[in-house]
Design a protein around this ligand. Structure first.
Ligand SMILES: C[S@@+](CC[C@H](N)C(=O)[O-])C[C@H]1O[C@@H](n2cnc3c(N)ncnc32)[C@H](O)[C@@H]1O
Length: 301
């Protein structure tokens, strides 16, 4: 199952499955001793989606070490803990600096609008495909969860004219905004990634911020590693080839692109991020493929 221009999905199919996968990792990471993150909504959301392997993962019903030497799932959990904390800290820092508008691009099962301590008056927009937005919003409402900011959901494909839909939902482009693009870029075609940053730049007055991450070797090397990781997941009952979901081909490095378009950029490798949070970098296929990832923050000049 490879990608096509107007493909769509829910949280149990195609790219949507990856949102459930990372939420499962957040659920496991949240219950570890000395946890780096606390996402109490991840486990119930994953259960509600109902993909057997991820439900078992959040319920502790899989002996991951016995199935795959622990590498795939443990590395994913460690990486997600650090990545989640990086984006949490990004939004909290932006809030401390006075930013009161946030846009979470490709929000998936991210529960930040329900769990971060947003200052009063903050408006948070979540953008994702319609079925993803509807499922998460309905499930969290059924769980009795309430947003901790004014939440506005925006159902639109990020390959389409999403700024128009964002504006139609009340987005104020005169206000500094904190943007996140977490776990998104490789699921966009290279030209759509550039357009994404062009649109964000056009909607961002000085003082706006963005956080993202990307893999400098997002081409063949990552695809190979992902295929290997997918084989492990297949052994555990999940029929999903991750590398089929990425758009391959040359793409502009996010750091350079943002730096050339009016942003003051800072990039740190995944290994540096682990050190920053006092965690040991995991070993194994997945971690090798992700070790070059760069965590990027930028401020609009
Ligand atoms: C790996 S998940 C990451 C979800 C979330 N950011 C997180 O870290 O938990 C990828 C997300 O990107 C969304 N996505 C990918 N391509 C998209 C597109 N063209 N339009 C809207 N959403 C998209 C998917 O629906 C999915 O929720």
């Amino acid at each position: 199952m490879s990608r096509s221009d107007a493909d769509s999905w829910d949280l149990a199919t195609s790219v949507g499955t990856t949102a459930t996968m990372v939420a499962a990792a957040r659920a496991v990471a949240s219950r570890e001793d000395n946890a780096l993150i606390d996402d109490p909504f991840a486990a119930p959301l994953v259960r509600a989606v109902g993909i057997d392997i991820f439900t078992k993962m959040v319920d502790g019903d899989i002996d991951l070490a016995a199935v795959d030497t622990g590498d795939t799932a443990q590395a994913l959990t460690d990486v997600m803990a650090v990545r989640t904390r990086f984006f949490d800290d990004f939004f909290l820092d932006a809030a401390k600096a006075g930013v009161r508008q946030a846009v979470i691009l490709a929000s998936g099962l991210d529960s930040r609008p329900y769990r971060l301590d947003w200052p009063a008056g903050t408006v948070v927009y979540e953008i994702d495909q319609p079925q993803v937005i509807e499922f998460k919003t309905a499930t969290l409402a059924a769980l009795g969860a309430s947003p901790t900011a004014e939440l506005r959901t925006v159902s639109v494909d990020l390959r389409d004219d999403w700024p128009a839909t964002l504006r139609a939902n009340g987005f104020d482009e005169t206000k500094p905004t904190a943007w996140s693009a977490e776990g998104l870029l490789m699921y966009l075609p290279p030209d759509a990634q550039d357009r994404l940053f062009d649109n964000i730049t056009a909607l961002s007055p000085a003082g706006s911020r963005i956080a993202t991450e990307y893999h400098p070797d997002a081409g063949a090397a990552l695809a190979d590693r992902s295929a290997a990781v997918s084989d492990r997941w297949r052994d555990m009952g999940l029929d999903l080839n991750l590398s089929d979901l990425f758009y391959k081909g040359e793409r502009n490095p996010a750091i350079d692109y943002l730096a050339n378009h009016g942003w003051e950029v800072n990039g740190r490798s995944r290994v540096e991020m682990f050190a920053h949070y006092g965690r040991a970098f995991p070993t194994g296929d997945l971690s090798k493929s992700l070790s070059n990832s760069l965590s990027v923050t930028a401020i609009r000049k």
